[in-house]
Design a protein. Structure first.
Length: 326
């Protein structure tokens, strides 16, 4: 709805062309025309009334079918549709065909796609991208740190939180490490693969120095050790493109969740060793992965077991060994 409000402001208040609006808001020209048509059909005028909130605006632009129609024509479970789309080879057309097989008097394909897109627009932005099971894991460091106290000297060390999230299931891994340096970065990946029990087809990091030595949209230069580790596990490194926030939206949400679910809950605890801290993190991490997510109708662990885990590549016989040249 925020994007539609921006579209109306640009078109009506500022007289911007449909093509320019499409480029500015990241929409297709046809979508811009469709939203303007719905605006006119709803009998609305600009500026929109102050009391018209997003839910009311959505109902005016995307009116639901009459109750008499809904009573005889079943509506698909959109969370199930979204989950099925993450399976290899599953398309919207196939899901619609299966829906119509079960409900011969159900809605048409255009209605199916339109209302599925509307449902996705109401959930978190990361769900707007469809990630295939076992395909990608997104990795990054949280901005917040957590302290470990040296019991002998009382010196305080700020630990970094490494966070990873599977694309299809949002299954999350987190651990505290001493730094964002290459050694901690590589060892965190090795433990992450062991936690997953397999290897995704691709790892998507941000452009931090331990991963990428040359940030380039088309030909990023990977750290050699990082590339060697990826080759050992048979996975590809696909760094997020500079100035493309949607490339890393999945892990940014996972980092935010980890900071709130893990770091915030441990803020008043005192830890005197990194292993003790990671024991506490693992306990909270397991709770996080077992929680049922609103919008998905399942927990991260449930989705991982059905979507990601069966499609992971097997772990190599021996884990990668980090070693610096002498």
């Amino acid at each position: 709805m925020r994007r539609i409000r921006d579209l109306l402001r640009l078109k009506i208040a500022q007289g911007v062309s449909d093509r320019a609006i499409a480029g500015s808001l990241g929409l297709s020209k046809g979508t811009v025309g469709n939203y303007l048509m719905r605006f006119n059909q709803a009998g609305l005028s600009w500026p929109l009334p102050c009391e018209l909130d997003d839910d009311s605006l959505e109902l005016l632009l995307f009116p639901r079918p009459p109750m008499s129609s809904l009573s005889t024509r079943p509506v698909p479970d959109w969370a199930v549709m979204d989950r099925e789309l993450r399976r290899h080879g599953v398309t919207r057309a196939l899901l619609w065909e299966e829906y119509r097989t079960q409900s011969p008097d159900g809605f048409g394909y255009a209605w199916f796609c339109e209302h599925f897109d509307a449902w996705k627009g109401r959930v978190r932005p990361t769900m707007r991208q469809t990630h295939v099971g076992g395909e990608k894991i997104f990795v990054d460091f949280a901005g917040d740190t957590i302290d470990v106290i040296d019991p002998a000297t009382g010196e305080v060390w700020a630990m970094k939180l490494f966070v990873a999230a599977m694309g299809a299931s949002n299954y999350t891994y987190a651990e505290a490490v001493a730094s964002e340096g290459l050694k901690d970065w590589i060892l965190a990946h090795i433990r992450m693969f062991a936690f997953l029990g397999g290897v995704p087809k691709a790892v998507v990091p941000d452009n931090l120095k331990s991963a990428v030595i040359k940030a380039d949209r088309f030909d990023p230069g990977l750290n050699r050790t990082y590339a060697e580790m990826a080759a050992h596990y048979g996975t590809a490194i696909l760094p997020a493109r500079p100035r493309k926030p949607r490339d890393k939206a999945k892990v940014e949400v996972a980092v935010q969740v980890a900071q709130r679910w893990i770091l915030a809950r441990l803020r008043n605890h005192r830890f005197f060793s990194l292993p003790a801290l990671n024991v506490a993190i693992r306990r909270l991490l397991d709770e996080l992965n077992m929680r049922v997510m609103r919008g998905y109708g399942a927990s991260r662990a449930d989705l991982f077991a059905t979507l990601d885990r069966p499609n992971l590549q097997p772990l190599p016989f021996d884990p990668y060994v980090f070693a610096r040249p002498i």
